[in-house]
Design a protein around this ligand. Structure first.
Ligand code: F3S
Length: 427
């Protein structure tokens, strides 16, 4: 790999041991990928920390959380002092919501360790956005900006919708990028890899958020990790719909980039979306495929008694919470059910101001932040049957938690929370 003078100096240790370790990691990683060079990034989104047993082990010892960063972000068994980050860095979602520890069955000791981790990250200069959707709360990369982001649902959003450039990075590469402002130049940093490879023609009205989730799930399943070009979209999608489309496509496949000609920034036309590529395969998404996808997403569920409704995967926007409040205001969550809604911490503060938290709480639900049920493995005790409005969450939650889960619209989910029964269906 070719290094610039500045990169070589970091590699040689002239900017401290931690940056030397970071450069060593990036060079090893880049060589494994076949990257010929690194690229500058001024925007990193990653995670710092480890599972609770490791955090507990290191949080109170000499070296403290530098030991965790060394091992889990820099792949170094030697504990090195970690300097402040070099570039704008955001923290992604975490394992718990410390404000709802008891509901999540989390003890005080874990909360204490979590808060120590937060303070450590903040001390390094990392923004504690603590969400899988940083683009909803202020980290909005510009078109063409090279980024180093983890979290598949966020990476596909900034690539396809914003025209920024990132691969789905890992904890190690984002940690190293925070310290160096460098990431290997490969994959979706390179323009020719961003061109369409597969054609998907939509032949059924796609309007609601759950429609977009189902389309995304179908597309990911069919194109896996390639670049689909989706045509036949009648109504302009908004941020929420594109968020759910991308999260689903990145879950059923490994899609990190797509085009919707006329709507996404690198595809003013179908020809521009393919950039001279001939489509490898063509798929049609019609009424039959919509129904099959719906049934596929509901394959784990048979019991209509719903004891848990989880919303906010990816973390809900303020617009989505406003919609939920319109559906929920004046109603009560059923005595046999639970309603948990996840949103970024910053959005939660706006909800507090707007009275949305009060509406949800008065109904018997909870507005939570920082984590989610699938990632944090947090649910009310004894849950057997969940309902969700996210194709991504229904892909993971039953498998991770060993429960049944229904997928449907947000309105179907709120209805399930209030009645304790699933009455949803494909409409
Ligand atoms: Fe976010 Fe959890 Fe979904 S971290 S994208 S809400 S699986």
């Amino acid at each position: 790999m070719r290094l610039t003078d500045h990169e070589q100096a970091m590699y040689d240790g002239e900017h401290g041991v931690a940056r030397q370790k970071a450069m060593d990691l990036l060079v090893r990683y880049g060589n494994a990928l076949g990257a010929e060079r690194l690229v500058d990034t001024r925007n990193v989104a990653g995670t710092i920390g480890a599972t609770t047993p490791f955090m507990r082990k290191y949080a109170d010892e000499a070296g403290g959380l530098d030991a965790v960063f060394s091992e889990f972000n820099l792949d170094s068994r030697e504990v090195v002092r970690i300097p402040k980050v070099s570039v704008y860095s955001s923290h992604l979602q975490q394992g718990i919501d410390p404000e709802h520890a008891s509901e999540q069955g989390v003890g005080e000791d874990v909360v204490r360790i979590f808060r120590k981790g937060d303070a450590y990250s903040a001390g390094l200069g990392v923004q504690l956005l603590n969400t899988c959707a940083p683009y909803q709360v202020g980290n909005l990369p510009a078109r063409g900006e090279h980024c180093a982001w983890m979290e598949s649902s966020a990476v596909i959003y900034i690539n396809a919708v914003l025209g920024a450039k990132s691969n789905a990075e890992g904890r190690e590469s984002t940690g190293a990028a925070m310290l160096t402002g460098k990431i290997p130049y490969w994959g979706y940093h390179i323009d020719e890899n961003r061109r369409g490879t597969h054609a998907v023609e939509v032949d059924v009205p796609i309007e609601s958020m759950s429609d977009w989730g189902m389309l995304g799930y179908f597309v990911g399943d069919h194109v896996q990790d390639r670049v689909p070009v989706i045509t036949g979209i009648g109504q302009a999608p908004n941020m929420v719909r594109l968020k759910h489309f991308g999260a689903a496509a990145a879950s059923s496949g490994g899609v990190e980039m797509y085009h919707i000609p006329g709507y996404t920034p690198e595809a003013p036309t179908v020809a521009a979306a393919f950039g001279g590529n001939r489509p490898i395969e063509r798929f049609v998404f019609g009424r039959k495929e919509l129904r099959e996808t719906y049934e596929n997403l509901n394959a784990t569920a048979s019991d209509v008694d719903v004891d848990f409704v989880m919303l906010g995967c990816p973390h809900y926007s303020i617009e989505q919470i406003w919609e939920v409040c319109q559906l929920l205001e004046g109603r009560k969550v059923h005595v046999n059910s639970n309603l948990w809604i996840f949103t970024p911490r910053a959005t939660k503060q706006i909800c507090d101001q707007n009275g949305y938290t009060r509406i949800i709480t008065e109904a018997g639900g909870f507005l939570m932040s920082d984590t989610c049920s699938a990632l944090g493995r947090v649910m009310p005790k004894g849950v057997k049957v969940a309902a969700v409005d996210s194709a991504k969450q229904v892909h993971y939650l039953p498998a991770i938690m060993g429960i049944q889960a229904w997928f449907g619209s947000t309105a179907d989910c709120i209805d399930a929370a209030v009645t304790g029964r699933w009455n949803g269906g494909l409409r």
